[in-house]
Write a protein that binds this ligand. Structure first.
Ligand SMILES: [Fe+2]
Length: 422
């Protein structure tokens, strides 16, 4: 095969700092928007955050119509509802305010309003039609209120497909927001358990992308258009991911222990964005592939700290539970990269590391922020392994950048090891 020799770097323009979200209207005016669709979820609206952003937008003389029905875990139906609203509204700009679900729904609403078509046409193959975006979208502003998904920095929108017990994504460089506004003040009211789950997602994004299969181990694409958005580890992604690992190790415990610790909150918010740039380039792999069936197969877990109206597994919990077993398995692919990740997470030199060093540090972090001990605590047992393996192996786009090949037996072993991490 001919090896890849090229990697690309793109990053969303980001505005960061306490109070940065007060500049939302100014940013939209700069981008030329006159009538925008503001997408948010009921929790963020109830916290008063969406209303404050809306005031700032209207203060610039921009018309602002609220769409308040973003799903916590977006599905085709919830994306469609937002897309229909966008098609009917005659908008020339879009604003997502909330967690990854609000930002991803805003991306899809903008996509359908700009280019039309059916949502599934745009979803990555083989699940969807894999159609490529022909031209840029209308101005899109992404304002995260959690320190987690990094969606403000990525080119991806993820949706759950409950019938297929899987998740799928739309990914294309034109799905990138025109501007992200990252304001730590917006996370102040976030409960400790939500802060923990979001922060563990950040740590997974960062570590997964840092140890991902190198971009130049992949086969070269036939045309530039076929170069995958998840390219594999590269020197530039390493800078962003590495810094995010360090912030996760240094600040997540503090942000969970004291929600008013704005230095820690700010660092986690910035860490989420930096990890978004890193994994948006290099990609996530085995823990995220496993997380999709973990979060869609069963509805048996009522997460503390979240609204108690329906059971679900928070995304960050669904990724972190297999991380220790995964990085134990992938260690041999690149011991030096795993050692370096462990060192960044620990915040101190670790000259000698073995396959257990990084996993032990991750488990310490999980315990310290109150994460459940493994898949069993989420309602799974050995009888579920087969279905979980099947769902994991469907995530081919993610597994393509795994540092070590995984087949059904390896995934099953990882899942069994992750039933009880302690
Ligand atoms: Fe994630």
């Amino acid at each position: 095969m001919t090896r890849e020799t090229v990697f690309t770097l793109e990053a969303t323009p980001i505005k960061y700092g306490p109070g940065a979200s007060t500049e939302a209207g100014w940013e939209l005016a700069r981008l030329g928007a006159r009538r925008v669709m503001l997408l948010s979820d009921p929790g963020v609206i109830a916290a008063g955050i969406t209303g404050r952003v809306r005031d700032r937008i209207e203060g610039e003389g921009i018309e602002c119509v609220l769409f308040d029905r973003v799903g916590v875990e977006p599905t085709l139906e919830s994306f469609q509802e937002a897309a229909d609203f966008a098609l009917d509204g005659g908008f020339d700009g879009f604003v997502g305010v909330g967690g990854g679900s609000s930002l991803d729904t805003a991306k899809v609403a903008d996509l359908i309003a700009t280019h039309g078509g059916e949502i599934m046409e745009w979803v990555n193959a083989p699940v969807g039609g894999g159609r490529k975006l022909p031209a840029p979208l209308k101005p899109l502003l992404a304002i995260p209120t959690t320190a987690g998904t990094g969606s403000e920095a990525t080119t991806v929108a993820v949706l759950a497909l409950p019938e297929e017990r899987a998740k799928a994504g739309i990914s294309h460089r034109y799905l990138r927001a025109h501007q992200g506004i990252v304001d730590p003040e917006l996370t102040r009211s976030m409960p400790a358990e939500v802060t923990a789950a979001c922060g563990l997602d950040v740590v997974c994004h960062a570590v997964e992308s840092f140890v991902a299969r190198p971009f130049d181990a992949r086969e070269a694409p036939a045309t530039p258009d076929e170069r995958p958005p998840y390219q594999g580890a590269n020197p530039v992604a390493d800078i962003w991911s590495g810094q995010a690992i360090e912030y996760g190790g240094r600040y997540l415990r503090r942000a969970v222990a004291d929600g008013d610790d704005m230095e820690a909150r700010g660092a986690m918010m910035l860490g989420a964005t930096m990890a978004g740039v890193g994994f948006g380039s290099a990609g996530t792999h085995i823990p995220h592939a496993c997380s999709y069936p973990v979060s869609t197969l069963k509805q048996a877990y009522q997460p503390p700290g979240y609204p108690d109206d329906h059971p679900f597994v928070p995304h960050g919990i669904s990724v972190i539970v297999t991380s220790a077993a995964v990085f134990r398995y992938t260690f041999s692919a690149d011991p030096e990269k795993h050692r370096r990740a462990a060192e960044l997470l620990a915040g101190e030199p670790i000259p000698e590391a073995d396959e257990n060093t990084l996993p032990e540090l991750l488990l310490d972090l999980m315990r310290d922020v109150g994460a459940p001990s493994g898949l069993r605590a989420l309602g799974f047992d050995e009888g579920d392994v087969e279905a979980l393996v099947e769902g994991t192996l469907k995530q081919r786009r993610l597994l393509a950048v795994a540092p070590r090949e995984v087949g059904p037996n390896e995934v099953a072993a990882i899942l069994r090891e992750s039933m009880e991490n302690w």
